[in-house]
Design a protein around this ligand. Structure first.
Ligand code: ADP
Ligand code: MG
Length: 256
């Protein structure tokens, strides 16, 4: 197995107008492992994830996804460098993303939600897409809910459908942006348990979460972002163990 990180970020800068949201991020996410990204609200966690998923274009810096290099910034004549479309497509195909809001299509069943992109994006015949979607729903424990609409599912079940939908496209890397933050506490466990299973299966995951227990037990690496800078990184035992960085201490006081 290659030791090249699945995600390598160097000097990443993101500005919205005059506001610098990411100020030169260096980050490696090891292959086959879980990296948890933590930090206060507004520190830039979602922006970093969105830049990695190419939902936002970084202002400057470098990202390498599963061996596919992407450079951002200005060319020799001050013009913005264009990303090669083939690389963008490659990177998008490698990444699955799950958001705080599940973003399921309300007019489609759970099965329809999972099968849709297989048909429309991958051109899979409907019957094959439905079979694949059923297998993915089964993996997240929802085969029995396949014909239910989102409004007939709990928040935890909807998020598990969203995870199945992402996994159906067979990504190499999964990004999660606060996947349990909009769930009632009693529904958080079922989603974390699906994520734990995915981690055990060897999926490379980068997870933004305030679930410190999950992060401490599942991640091989914790990254703490503060005001657009990567302030602390290391194994959970180092980051959460004592003595702690004062900002980590403050963060844990707020979120635990
Ligand atoms: P986090 O996910 O850590 O809470 P975000 O990445 O969502 O932080 O936001 C970081 C900062 O960037 C915030 O100050 C936010 O207001 C700002 N920001 C995020 N998206 C945009 C945008 N599209 N335009 C302008 N500012 C933005
Ligand atoms: Mg966020």
């Amino acid at each position: 197995m290659s030791t090249v990180p699945a995600i390598r970020v160097r000097g990443l800068v993101k500005r919205f107008g005059d506001v610098e949201v990411l100020s030169g991020i260096d980050l490696d996410a090891p292959r086959g492992e879980v990296t948890c990204l933590i930090g206060p609200s507004g520190s830039g966690k979602s922006t970093l994830l969105r830049c990695i998923a190419l939902l936002e274009e970084a202002t400057d810096g470098f990202i390498e996804i599963d061996g596919e290099p992407l450079g951002f910034g200005l060319g020799p004549n001050g013009e913005r460098m264009r990303l090669p479309q083939a690389s963008v497509r490659q990177v998008r195909a490698k990444i699955g993303m799950v958001f705080q809001q599940f973003n399921l299509w309300p007019h489609m069943t759970a099965l329809g939600n999972v099968a849709e992109a297989l048909v429309t994006v991958h051109g899979m015949p409907r019957a094959a897409a439905n079979a694949k979607a059923m297998a993915e729903l089964d993996k997240v424990g929802l085969a029995a809910r396949a014909e239910h609409y989102p409004s007939e599912l709990s928040g935890g079940q909807q998020q598990r459908v969203a995870i199945a939908r992402a996994l159906a496209l067979e990504p190499r890397i999964m990004l999660f942006d606060e996947p349990t933050s909009s769930l009632d506490p009693e529904l958080t466990g079922e989603v974390l348990s699906v994520m734990r299973g995915l981690a055990d299966s060897g999926m490379t995951m980068l997870v933004v979460t305030h679930e410190i227990g999950f992060a401490a037990s599942v991640a091989s690496k914790i990254v703490f972002l503060d005001h657009g800078k990567l302030l602390v990184e290391g194994a959970p035992g180092t980051v959460f163990g004592k003595p702690r960085h004062p900002r980590i201490e403050q963060f844990l006081d707020t979120y635990l």
